[in-house]
Design a binder for this molecule. Structure first.
Ligand code: ADP
Ligand code: ADP
Length: 225
């Protein structure tokens, strides 16, 4: 069955309807691209699915949990252990080295420093970013920064990875490398990926595409029937 599933999601900001009765689901190991033009509601959907913002109505189920029913503290804890995030501009901590950035989520989960750094090192190697492990975000390229951000998202072995325009700031060659490494690693670890993008060439890395338009979601496969 599905790992993460939303039903009847509604969200408004003042008079703006960001989500209008949205259904969405993703299976373990599945990469789903959430497409649509700017302002269509993609980021709002991602934030509701990840339990970062509460919907006005509707439910989000994650495995046996109702995300919408959990307390804030339980939801935050679940996010730290089970979800990984990649943003458009990496959002690495500028004061920390690449290795320390990747080790950070493990440290926050209580993993001892040595073990955290060992696993961070492994993921940096896997993401072809090990050579810059001692550098800070200001001293590396955009492509390296996004590979480090992907390593940081995956180091905790999340069950769901949320990626919001993860290659939006990269040229196509660097973007392709990041997407290949991200989707291969997710499929290897059986993580589900919610990949938000407005670019068809990014969505090409997914197993399935859904399109958001004016806060409503359309499943592309269903649309063809
Ligand atoms: P997308 O990610 O597809 O660009 P968003 O989910 O960011 O779309 O936005 C959907 C709609 O909700 C847009 O009209 C946007 O302006 C509005 N919106 C999003 N976040 C806020 C906010 N915090 N306050 C007010 N309006 C918002
Ligand atoms: P990548 O293909 O990994 O994104 P680039 O071709 O952009 O790398 O950069 C090549 C080299 O130049 C890298 O080793 C990187 O460390 C260095 N570099 C690129 N951008 C910057 C920057 N803004 N500041 C410091 N070094 C940079």
């Amino acid at each position: 069955g599905s790992l993460l599933a939303a039903e009847g999601l509604c969200k408004t900001y003042g008079r703006t309807t960001a989500l209008d009765d949205v259904e969405f689901s993703v299976h373990p190991g599945e990469v789903v691209a959430v497409m649509g033009p700017s302002g269509s509601g993609k980021s709002t959907l991602l934030h509701c699915l990840a339990g970062i913002i509460p919907p006005d109505s509707g439910t989000v189920r994650y495995g046996p949990h109702s995300l919408t029913g959990l307390s804030d503290a339980r939801r935050s804890a679940l996010r730290r252990t089970d979800f990984g995030f990649v943003f458009q501009f990496g959002r690495l901590v500028p004061e920390l080295t690449a290795l320390e950035n990747v080790a950070l989520p493990l440290r926050l989960n209580g993993t001892k420093r040595k073990e955290a750094e060992r696993r961070a090192h492994e993921w940096l190697e896997r993401l072809e970013a090990d050579t810059v492990r001692g550098r800070r975000p200001g001293e590396i390229s955009g492509g390296q920064g996004q590979r480090i951000a992907v390593a940081r998202a995956l180091v905790t072995r999340p069950r769901v990875v949320f990626a919001d325009e993860p290659t939006g700031a990269l040229d196509s060659l660097n973007g392709e490398r990041v997407l290949t490494l991200l989707t291969d690693a997710a499929r290897d670890t059986n993580a589900a990926v919610v990949l938000v993008t407005h670019e068809a060439r990014v969505a090409a890395y997914s197993d399935r595409e859904v399109v958001v338009r004016d806060g409503r979601v359309k499943d592309m496969q269903a649309g063809l029937l």
